[in-house]
Design a protein around this ligand. Structure first.
Ligand code: EPZ
Length: 422
């Protein structure tokens, strides 16, 4: 089993550059299915999930070529297959994002039902109900979603009973080529949803209201190619903001998307950490002498993101006093708590809320990564803990953090990888 070994309490300082947003790149890659003209995507992060989406698109029949680092051209090659097979979908739930685009473009799709993952069952019922409202015939059997719309999709009024990021993105892509107008109510407002809409509009889609809770899409017959640059990753940025604060603001974050982290900045200021802009898109995070405990509730954008919950729990585990973190989005996103306790954190869970009593310091131990963002929380913990920490199941980290070993080593961290023979 591969692990990342970290020697704690090194003096970290220097500049780290934020990569393109994984959760914008994935829907934008799926959107290349919608046009038979070439599409160029820039600032695409080099991540496991991106490679999986690339494999999936190639399986469907899209040619994907890396013309320069982080710059890909997508063009239609051989006759498409309308299938997203289990062995690819099971590696990455976000594969569901090809469903709406395949239905809109090919009028048929067979997509393996994404499994759950450690943070929750992750159903896609809302995606399917919405596509049915647009005229798709959908059946789920033998672990596959069979969808068809032989006469094309029709615009409809979609009212999501829960805010769903990839659900909103799937319907945006389906509606772009549907006949008539689609209204998406209770839409997700995440910047990554807006980035997808911006790309679709550059391809000729007629979309209004992206970034609000109601999006209007007027279907068009055809979408053209385009060139689009992916926005910076606000979750990677928030992760490094926590690290900067824990190392006295000595870490400078470049290409920092401040506009997507306004609410997170409010929480940081409540803790006693000041975001300081020191240059064009360059920030440091300066802690006051003593930090204060806070209460955090995860909610949909623009409020506190569930994807930063674990990282902030590591920070609060060494802030004197009692803090609470309530997870409202996923039913099982506290898997990092027992791991943080192995490092000496004092945390107990009461239903959806973790109660954190700050301790003087953490001490290194063997832990495991349980999901993508929890693995980042373990890395932060290992960097501040006394002694050595080994994080197993480290593949979770590589799914969402580009060149993390390099970025950390450049800051002065002592990290190395190893394989433990079982
Ligand atoms: C997206 O997942 C992100 N992934 C997640 O990031 C992120 O944590 C999540 O949004 C919430 O912000 C991508 O964008 C690829 P949801 P998504 O549909 O779209 C329930 C990461 O770390 N729901 O917004 O799958 C669902 O169970 C990942 O990069 C239904 O019940 O999340 C959850 O409780 C982790 N039925 C809530 O809604 C549905 O059909 C929000 O889920 C769909 C969702």
């Amino acid at each position: 089993m591969e692990y990342l070994e970290i020697e704690g309490q090194k003096d970290l300082r220097g500049v780290v550059e934020i990569s393109g947003a994984k959760n914008a790149a994935l829907p934008c890659m799926a959107a290349t299915i919608l046009s038979d003209e070439p599409v160029i995507l820039e600032n695409v992060p080099d991540l496991l999930d991106i490679s999986t989406m690339k494999e999936l698109l190639e399986y469907i029949g899209i040619q994907v070529e890396e013309i320069q680092p982080h710059r890909f051209i997508f063009s239609h090659g051989k006759m498409p297959s309308f299938e997203a097979p289990y062995e690819l979908v099971s590696k990455m739930r976000a594969s569901i994002l090809v469903l709406g685009a395949m239905l809109a473009r090919y009028k048929a799709a067979k997509v393996a039902l994404p499994g759950g993952c450690s943070i929750g069952t992750r159903p896609v019922d809302l995606h399917l109900k919405a596509l049915e409202k647009m005229g798709a015939k959908i059946k789920v059997e033998h672990g596959y979603i069979y969808a068809e719309a032989p006469y094309g999709l029709k615009g409809a009024e979609i009212n999501f009973e829960k805010i769903t990021v990839t659900g909103t993105e799937n319907i945006l892509m389906a509606a772009a080529l549907a006949e008539g107008e689609t209204i998406i109510k209770n839409a997700a407002k995440e910047p990554e949803v807006v980035d997808l809409a911006v790309m679709l509009k550059k391809m000729g889609a007629r979309i209004e209201g992206e970034g609000t809770d109601t999006i209007y899409v007027k279907g068009v017959k055809k979408l053209s190619g385009t060139t689009h640059s992916i926005i910076p990753d606000r979750i990677e940025a928030g992760t490094f903001a926590v690290l900067s604060a824990l190392f006295d603001g000595q870490i400078i974050i470049d290409k920092y998307p401040e506009e997507y982290l306004k609410f997170v900045h409010q929480i940081l200021k409540q803790i006693g950490i000041t975001p300081v802009k020191i240059g064009e898109a360059q920030f440091i995070f300066k802690p006051e002498n003593s930090l204060r405990p806070v209460n955090i509730e995860t909610k949909e954008y623009p409020y506190f993101p569930t994807d930063l919950q674990a990282q902030f729990m590591t920070l609060l585990s060494v802030v004197k006093g009692t803090s609470t973190v309530t997870e409202n989005i996923f039913e099982n996103r506290f898997m990092h708590v027992p791991e943080l306790k192995r490092l000496g954190a004092d945390i107990e869970i009461k239903e959806k809320t973790a109660i954190i009593n700050g301790v003087e310091k953490l001490s290194g131990a063997e832990v495991k990564a349980t999901d993508l963002r929890a693995s980042a929380a373990m890395v932060i913990a290992g960097l501040i803990a006394e002694g050595t920490t080994r994080i197993y199941d480290i593949y979770h980290l590589d799914r969402g953090y580009e060149n993390i070993d390099y970025k950390l080593s450049k800051l002065g961290a002592r990290v190395s990888r190893g394989i433990q023979e079982l």
